[in-house]
Design a protein around this ligand. Structure first.
Ligand SMILES: Cc1cc2nc3c(=O)[nH]c(=O)nc-3n(C[C@H](O)[C@H](O)[C@H](O)COP(=O)(O)OP(=O)(O)OC[C@H]3O[C@@H](n4cnc5c(N)ncnc54)[C@H](O)[C@@H]3O)c2cc1C
Length: 424
């Protein structure tokens, strides 16, 4: 008998999940029973990944109906959230109570558990990716039992946080928080590449979070987005930013898309929760009809990697909606693309032509290989486990941890077999 498959898709619509069905457990106990009785099972977050990392041949467990929880512990400066919580929901509640997360991704619509599992990041020289805020987590492991893991206490904790969904289904996360702060965001148009590359460190350290948007062609980068904490000593943004001038109205990173869907700009100060992401919670982020890829390159190769990408503009620009360049601080999470090294992130928002994008990715990957570029786990890339393993000092330890925690390979899917477990 041909098994019935779900007809559900990821956010971008480029992937039809191959699962038998999507379950929506409402309690942790229900989820424990589901996992204990499952053959193959994976957690499904808010479906914003572009590859098959979340897919399974068995059951997809969506935590969107799990008992909601956003519990602030003011004394310990942490917040504990349930497994289905979205960043936008948590950010609004934290701001209401006078607290903040250290950073957000470009969009607030993603689930915290799903973003942490793939080492999702924002920008900022001193900002680790979003997973670096994880102080503790609880997950349902392969046999249905509940495991609580704490930073500084649980052995292999640093291997569990960016878990790629391979270790269990995370039901609660505890994140570091800090007092709420205000951010003023200014967009500069057309900073000159020669000035940007002449002093790249000055560019990326000019605000708490800096993003450059470019299509790689021409003498100027398209836009620089500066998110400045209003208490920063650097003061308000200057009138000239490496040859770029302040935009007179709200901008969208993708040419031709309305800036009104983006977070407040024009240097108007406001809550971190409304400024650190580029896109507003109440609007469609980015463009929707698109694909994405991203590669993390060690900081010391930033300028050379950007020069390399500009030299490939004749191949890349025609397929591109926009690229974004960000910085991410080093961390110690085993499967994080920022493990052990400060880095820059070279992001590509592609036109929705998967065949042509996938034909081009090996060219980009070969060009960035000398810089030991590591791909974003949740976006399109073509490297396999044999190519990725040498890039991650703790890769073998992660394989051993996942094998010990999931001996029957319940959480193992095609993505993990291709990119993690087939490296010898
Ligand atoms: C428009 C857009 C903008 C983006 N911007 C950024 C950006 O600024 N920075 C960046 O780094 N990335 C960005 N991304 C990528 C995105 O952050 C990642 O793909 C992220 O993993 C999405 O989270 P999700 O909840 O949708 O996860 P899903 O795609 O649903 O799942 C991703 C992985 O997480 C696992 N997972 C989900 N929930 C759990 C759980 N409870 N327990 C265990 N594992 C779980 C899944 O099994 C899967 O392996 C963007 C994506 C889109 C569509």
């Amino acid at each position: 008998m041909t098994p019935v498959r779900v007809s559900e898709r990821n956010w971008a619509g480029n992937l039809a999940y191959g699962a038998e069905h999507v379950a929506h457990p409402e309690t942790v106990e229900e989820l424990q029973e589901l996992v204990a009785g499952a053959g193959k099972i994976r957690a499904l977050g808010s479906r914003h990944s572009f590859n098959d990392i979340a897919d399974t041949a068995g059951v997809l467990a969506a935590l969107d109906r799990l008992d909601p929880e956003i519990a602030v512990d003011a004394a310990n400066r942490t917040v504990t959230v349930s497994g289905g919580t979205l960043y936008g929901t948590a950010a609004a509640e934290l701001q209401r109570q006078g607290f903040a997360l250290h950073n957000l991704a470009s969009l607030p619509h993603i689930s915290i558990a799903g973003a942490v599992a793939t080492a999702t990041h924002g920008s900022g020289d001193t900002n680790g990716n979003l997973a670096t805020a994880v102080a503790g987590l609880e997950m349902v492991t392969a046999d249905g039992s509940l495991l609580a893991a704490l930073r500084g206490e649980t052995p292999d904790f640093e291997g569990m946080v960016v878990g790629l969904g391979a270790l269990g289904i995370v039901t609660r996360l505890t994140l570091d928080i800090e007092p709420a702060f205000e951010v003023a965001q200014t967009v500069f148009e057309k900073p000159a590449w020669d000035q940007v590359l002449a002093d790249f460190d000055a560019v990326t350290s000019s605000a708490y979070s800096v993003s450059l948007f470019t299509d790689w062609s021409g003498a100027a980068a398209g836009q620089a987005w500066l998110k400045r904490r209003t208490t920063d000593p650097s003061g308000p943004a200057a009138a000239d930013f490496f040859g770029g001038t302040p935009a007179a109205e709200a901008q969208h990173p993708i040419p031709g898309v309305a800036g009104s869907t983006c977070s407040e700009q024009l240097g108007i100060p406001g809550p971190w929760s409304d400024r650190l992401a580029h896109f507003r919670m109440e609007h469609m982020p980015s463009k929707g009809d698109e694909l994405q890829s991203e590669y993390l390159v060690p900081r010391e190769h930033a300028v050379d990697a950007i020069r390399t990408m500009r030299s490939l503009s004749h191949l890349v620009t025609p397929l591109l909606l926009i690229s974004e360049i960000r910085t991410v601080a080093a961390d110690n999470l085993w499967m994080s693309p920022n493990y052990g090294r400060d880095g820059i992130a070279l992001h590509f928002t592609w036109q929705p032509d998967q065949q042509r994008v996938e034909a081009l990715l090996p060219v980009i990957e070969a060009a960035l290989a000398p810089f030991r570029a590591r791909p974003h786990w949740g976006k399109l890339f073509t490297s396999d486990a044999s190519g990725l393993a040498p890039l991650y000092p703790r890769f073998g330890d992660f394989v051993a941890l996942a094998t010990a925690m999931d001996p029957e390979e319940k959480f193992r899917n095609g993505f993990l077999r291709r990119t993690v477990f087939n490296h010898r």
